[in-house]
Design a protein around this ligand. Structure first.
Ligand SMILES: [Zn+2]
Length: 352
């Protein structure tokens, strides 16, 4: 089996790795149909989030179940499944409240840029489709695993409702799919903050009604102009920097909601400013598992096409070029096809 390892800043290697095996009776082994590179993978890739030793990469995945542990009841060999980047039992009290990404048994997936992956807590983490899906829907199904689920959580946490006016801060893949999510939830006006022509175009395809190119105070002023001087009902923060967080807080009307899903890097909030902003603030690692049944159904019914965020597709063994393209902003998001997965659903030669 081959998989992706990060050795240090901008040093990605695709190399031989031990074949994943069932070690706990609740595990499942999945042969991947597709995997991808996340914007959050760029933090360690750039060395901003340093690593102590060579580290396996990847947390977005979908594919065919090859083998399940003895205690796995619902997930079966041969099924097509999608799972979240965070594993969950889906039964503990936190899961039952819908926060599976903080499950008491949570682990973060970290080996998915590979041809085969072991998924812990398979019954709670994975969602199977009824039948093998049409192959052209695989990119969109893969997107539900994190990037769409995260954009959806931003919109849900920001209380987007029919008729809402919405601002999306960030034009990465999550921001673009936050636009799609807000549209699905019935937002009337969706203001996307973006400076890049290709991303603005996709934002409009996904439902953005206005584009703001300014950042910081100028960006806030422009958003206020577009919202009768009041600010937006819902602001979806999809970056995680001090500037983007402050732009989000200052763009929200008093009583409005902010859903923040950009992993914060060096963000600190001023208590007094937050107090007088009078906003609801809700975010964190998206509980993607809560949304997976609904999102996979929207994809299978061809109501949404989130797979459009993948503007570069490479064979998995070219994963290092995938990182470079995203690092240099030549690609919004890179989809990776394992060799076995490009011709089939990813069913490898393993038997038994
Ligand atoms: Zn749980």
């Amino acid at each position: 089996m081959q998989g992706t390892m990060l050795y240090g800043p901008r040093d990605i290697r695709f190399e031989d790795r031990p074949e994943p095996k069932i070690t706990k009776p609740t595990d499942a082994i999945i042969s991947l149909s597709a995997t991808c590179i996340c914007g959050s993978d760029l933090w360690p890739y750039r060395g901003i989030q340093p690593i102590a030793q060579p580290t396996p990469m990847g947390h977005e995945y979908c594919g065919i179940v090859e083998e399940v542990g003895k205690e796995v009841r619902n997930i079966k060999r041969g099924q097509f499944v999608v799972g979240s980047f965070a594993t969950s039992d889906n039964t503990c009290v936190i899961c039952r409240h819908g926060y599976q990404s903080s499950c008491v048994q949570r682990e973060f997936m970290s080996t998915a840029q590979a041809s085969v992956v072991c998924v812990p807590l398979a019954d709670g983490t994975l969602v199977a489709t009824d039948d093998l899906p049409p192959k052209q829907l695989i990119p969109s199904l893969l997107a539900t695993s994190d990037v769409l689920g995260t954009g959806w959580f931003a919109a849900d946490a920001a209380n987007v409702k029919p008729g809402s006016n919405v601002v999306v801060v960030g034009d990465g893949a999550v921001g673009l799919l936050a636009v799609l999510s807000a549209k699905q939830m019935g937002a009337e006006r969706i203001i996307a903050v973006s400076r890049h022509a290709s991303r603005q175009k996709l934002a409009r395809e996904f439902g953005a009604t206005d584009i703001v190119t300014e950042r910081g105070d100028e960006g806030v002023a422009r958003i206020k102009e577009l919202t009768k001087g009041i600010g937006a009902d819902s602001v979806l923060e999809c970056v995680g920097t001090q500037e983007s967080m402050m732009q989000a807080i200052s763009s929200t009307r008093p009583g409005g909601y902010i859903g923040y899903v950009g992993v914060p890097h060096g963000v600190s909030l001023n208590g007094e400013q937050l107090f007088f902003a009078h906003v609801h603030l809700h975010g964190g690692p998206a509980p993607v598992r809560r949304y997976l049944p609904q999102l996979t159904k929207l994809v299978l019914d061809e109501k949404i096409n989130p797979g459009k965020v993948f503007d570069l597709t490479l064979p998995l063994e070219q994963v290092s070029e995938g990182y470079r393209a995203m690092d240099e902003r030549r690609a919004i998001k890179t989809l990776l096809r394992p060799r076995s997965g490009s011709e089939s659903y990813g069913i490898s030669k393993r038997t038994g």
